[in-house]
Design a binder for this molecule. Structure first.
Ligand SMILES: C[S@@+](CC[C@H](N)C(=O)[O-])C[C@H]1O[C@@H](n2cnc3c(N)ncnc32)[C@H](O)[C@@H]1O
Length: 232
């Protein structure tokens, strides 16, 4: 038996599929975060990570490893809360995000840090600029084929012995979700490998992986990792 769906529903679905196909993943992510910025994180999340105890825990593990005033880069910094705000209390922070709305909010929320609105895969910094690079829940939005090259960039930007703390995938998956976080038109794109692949890529790029940790979320989860570039 052939099932028949109303023509207007079919056309709407075609339009959505076409839009998803013709939009570059980076455009989907940028436009998506412009739309869902406040749904993802409200302004009430201060440096102490109100309601976000995991971030407080993670920063308390990273920060003692770095000397006061050290240059720290945050990739995919979002609205700056809570991570850039917390880091800026002790370090010289540059935050980068592809979404103009996120960067605009971060500039207001964290006046002590500098922010760039840019694609993290297109950045240029001199070698050995940073004592640490942090990227939480952001690399997972970068198309998989660009991620290993980004690790090489991060390794080059780090000083010898510098630290890289990041959220990466636990299981491999690439895909999109419409109306993410209940925001109409808020399509989002993710792309990640499994944790074993990330460990291989990091080792091949010159990092020593200090630890990896499964961070549960809903039915699945991500991997938080700390890696260190080789000491000179
Ligand atoms: C899930 S949010 C996480 C924000 C913040 N790191 C946190 O954990 O609260 C991901 C952020 O990464 C940014 N992002 C995704 N892809 C990016 C890219 N290619 N370059 C720069 N920023 C990117 C998004 O715009 C978004 O603000």
């Amino acid at each position: 038996m052939v099932s028949v769906i109303p023509v207007h529903l079919y056309l709407a679905e075609v339009l959505v599929r076409q839009a998803a196909k013709t939009m570059n993943p980076k455009d989907i992510v940028r436009d998506g975060y412009d739309r869902v910025s406040y749904a993802y994180r409200g302004d009430e999340a201060g440096a102490d990570g109100a309601g976000l105890p995991q971030y407080t825990q993670w920063m308390s593990e990273l920060m003692p490893l770095l000397p006061g005033g050290a240059p720290v880069l945050e990739l995919g910094c979002g609205c700056g809360l809570p991570v850039a705000k917390r880091l800026a209390e002790r370090f010289s922070v540059i935050g980068v995000d592809i979404s103009p709305v996120q960067v605009g909010r971060a500039q207001i929320a964290v006046p002590d840090a500098r922010f760039l609105c840019a694609d993290m895969t297109k950045l240029v910094f001199p070698a050995q600029t940073f004592a640490a690079v942090v990227s939480l829940y952001a690399l997972i939005h970068v198309p998989l084929e660009e991620q290993k090259g980004l690790f090489a960039d991060i390794h080059r930007w780090l000083r010898p012995g510098g630290y890289f703390m990041a959220t990466v995938g636990h299981r491999a998956w690439t895909g999109t979700e419409d109306d993410w976080l209940g925001v109409e038109g808020g399509t989002m794109y993710w792309s990640h490998a499994d944790v074993a692949t990330y460990q291989t890529w990091l080792s091949q790029t010159g990092f020593a992986v200090c630890w990896t940790r499964f961070i549960p979320e809903g039915d699945g989860g991500h991997t938080l990792l700390l890696a260190q570039s080789a000491l000179a």
